[in-house]
Write a protein that binds this ligand. Structure first.
Ligand code: SF4
Length: 248
């Protein structure tokens, strides 16, 4: 079985959403802000990969301007300005150590209990406390409870790609200028492996793909199909009766 971390995480949060998205292939409606998030990731990648030579704010804003399409209306101008503010705050906080980024937008694939998990690392930085693995987030809100599984799995990926184990695991919420940090090391790698193996077993044996309600329902495009949200959910395309062909 092959899974991206995003697919595994979708299944973990809600098996019904996983089924509708990846098995029935019903498209999700993109949420506002997704494009800006992609542009910010691109800008940070371009900046950090060259930060050993030029870690200045001017350079960061230059690569942002290059990654961002020219704003064509007031709404786009506001979003452009928001991205710029986020990057200025990021640079102000992290400026002194930006020249030490070591792994950037690096793809990885790791095998766990017969499952291949793929993902993409944002970056890792040398700090006085050791190697810090960082994943950038651009969500509107920081979740009330933040789970380290993604970072634990990415820590496995970092080990696969570089041979190093990260000492610190960090989600960096750019919009809120907030970092949430977990301990890394071999313990984190093992915990990630165990959770992935457990989820893969559940997925292999799952025949019901039941809905699971949580914070994530707010971004779900499938509420109309969901029995946890609607008294009478509409049938999904695969549940509609197949039209029989008329005999000649
Ligand atoms: S609304 Fe919530 S429970 Fe229903 S399918 Fe979407 S994520 Fe799952």
């Amino acid at each position: 079985m092959k899974l991206t971390f995003t697919k595994l995480d979708t299944y973990r949060k809600c098996p019904l959403r996983f089924r509708l998205r990846y098995q029935e292939k019903l498209p999700e409606v993109a949420m506002g802000g997704r494009n800006l998030s992609l542009v910010l990731h691109q800008a940070l990648k371009a900046f950090l990969s060259n930060a050993r030579r030029d870690a200045s704010l001017d350079n960061l804003l230059r690569v942002y301007a290059a990654a961002c399409p020219t704003p064509k209306n007031q709404n786009q101008e506001q979003r452009y300005a928001e991205g710029r503010r986020v990057l200025e705050a990021f640079h102000w906080r992290e400026g002194s150590r930006l020249g030490k980024a070591v792994a950037l937008e690096q793809k990885f694939a790791v095998m766990v209990d017969g499952v291949e998990i793929t993902g993409r690392l944002d970056c890792a930085m040398e700090t006085e406390e050791g190697l810090e693995l960082v994943d950038f987030k651009f969500t509107r809100e920081v979740p009330e409870t933040v789970d380290p599984l993604q970072l634990q799995v990415y820590s496995l990926g970092l080990k696969e790609v570089t041979g190093y184990t990260s000492d610190i695991l960090t989600y960096y919420y750019l919009r809120q200028e907030r970092k949430i940090t977990f301990p890394g090391g071999e313990v984190a790698v093992r915990e990630g492996q165990e959770q992935v193996a457990g989820l893969a077993q559940q997925l292999r044996a799952d025949h019901s793909f039941s809905p699971k309600v949580g914070d994530w329902c707010g971004t779900c495009s499938y509420r109309k199909y969901c029995p946890a949200q609607q008294g009478q959910p509409i049938p999904t395309p695969s549940q509609l009766p197949v039209q029989g062909t008329l005999p000649l």
